[in-house]
Design a protein around this ligand. Structure first.
Ligand SMILES: [Ca+2]
Ligand SMILES: [Ca+2]
Length: 365
């Protein structure tokens, strides 16, 4: 789909295709099409995946939406027609869902994910993980703020470290955000991006596709509740954030752990959210976590789950495979389709118990 609320991507994609390749033509019932031909039908551009004539798109046997192909391949839309047919077909077959129907891939993105949780000492610190998918570098803004919630013990003077996923290399470290050499760029982000207090921590960095960890802890070994946020602030990169998880302490009531995320774009996104008992060593885990998804104003609870096996679509969760299905039967998860907007995911013990949990938010289409 070319239609998106983001004006820059529209212009970029449209002119790239116009300049580099033949303009896609309107689909015509009398024209024979070869693999790789581009046509416009309705509001979408399609690429032929099989020779055909008089097979009007959408028709998954002969045509694939260009944005779907681009997502499957992890490349910009304008790159798809330059690839060899085998590469395109292989990537699309990998998208086949268990029922044999091609999976639709949303052009909407998760652009911001944050977690309010407790950071305790040592191994019990709060740690956020995230994945950048795609082929291009992505500018991301990461901050660790003293929680401004009421009725909690805040983490004063937080510090953050960005590590590679294997934790063999610390890539960035910041204690107080004003000490960054690019602090003017952080201020220029505006809105709620710059941290609230001078002792909050932040970095604005460009990262290659891959998986990363962000540790948040008190600069003086102190503990308390902090907000860790990872934001896609890149208006040109085709890469995107597809996953973020946070390991943090969930207490009761206002001291529960809460993750927030924003979906930008115009299409619905299938999102998988889970709350797992932390499997880290040397910590007190949150046994039997429960999960609630709220609208951002917290006026409406959209979904609730205690134990993931009770979901009516549990077979779809199992079909996600890999590390997606929760580890324990008492872990919580939902696989839901959400419209663009802002949401909250609350994590807490099902019986008022407390401990460390993992909350993860994944875009799965
Ligand atoms: Ca600090
Ligand atoms: Ca549970």
């Amino acid at each position: 789909m070319f239609l998106t609320k983001n004006a820059l991507p529209i212009v970029f994609v449209f002119f790239s295709i116009t300049n580099l390749y033949a303009q896609p033509t309107s689909w015509n019932s009398a024209t024979p099409y070869n693999i790789g031909d581009l046509v416009v039908s309705g509001e979408s551009t399609y690429i032929a995946i099989s020779e055909n004539s008089n097979e009007e798109p959408p028709n998954a046997t002969y045509w694939t939406d260009l944005s779907v192909a681009a997502s499957a391949l992890g490349v910009p839309e304008e790159t798809v027609p330059t690839l060899d047919t085998t590469t395109i077909l292989d990537s699309l077959s990998a998208l086949e869902s268990p029922d044999g129907n091609p999976t639709s891939v949303s052009s909407s993105k998760i652009i911001n994910i944050s977690t309010n949780g407790y950071s305790e000492a040592g191994a019990q610190k709060m740690s956020a993980g995230f994945i950048i998918s795609g082929t291009e570098n992505l500018k991301v803004y990461i901050k660790a703020e003293k929680s401004q919630e009421s009725g909690i013990t805040p983490l004063t003077n937080p510090k953050l470290q960005v590590w590679n996923i294997s934790r063999t290399s610390m890539l960035y470290e910041n204690d107080n955000w004003g000490t960054n050499s690019n602090v003017s760029d952080i201020n220029a982000l505006g809105g709620s991006y710059p941290p609230i207090e001078s002792t909050d921590a932040a970095v604005l960095v460009t990262l290659a596709p891959g998986a990363y960890l962000v540790d948040v802890f008190g600069a003086a070994g102190n503990t308390g509740k902090a907000l860790v946020a990872v934001n896609n602030v890149d208006s040109t990169s085709s890469s995107q954030l597809i996953n973020i998880s946070t390991n943090g302490y969930a207490y009761t009531g206002a001291q529960k752990m809460s993750a927030g995320f924003i979906i930008s774009g115009t299409e619905d996104v299938k999102v998988y959210i889970k709350a797992e008992k932390s499997q880290e060593a040397g910590i007190t885990p949150l046994t039997n976590p429960k999960l609630q998804i709220w609208n951002i104003s917290r006026t409406s609870m959209l979904y609730e789950n205690d134990n993931w096996g009770t979901n009516s679509n549990v077979s779809e969760i199992n079909a996600l495979g890999g590390s997606y299905p929760p580890i324990e039967a008492t872990d919580a998860a939902v696989l839901v389709t959400l419209s663009p907007g802002a949401y909250l995911a609350d994590v807490f013990g099902a019986s008022g118990n407390v401990g460390k949990a993992l909350v993860a938010i994944n875009k799965v289409n």
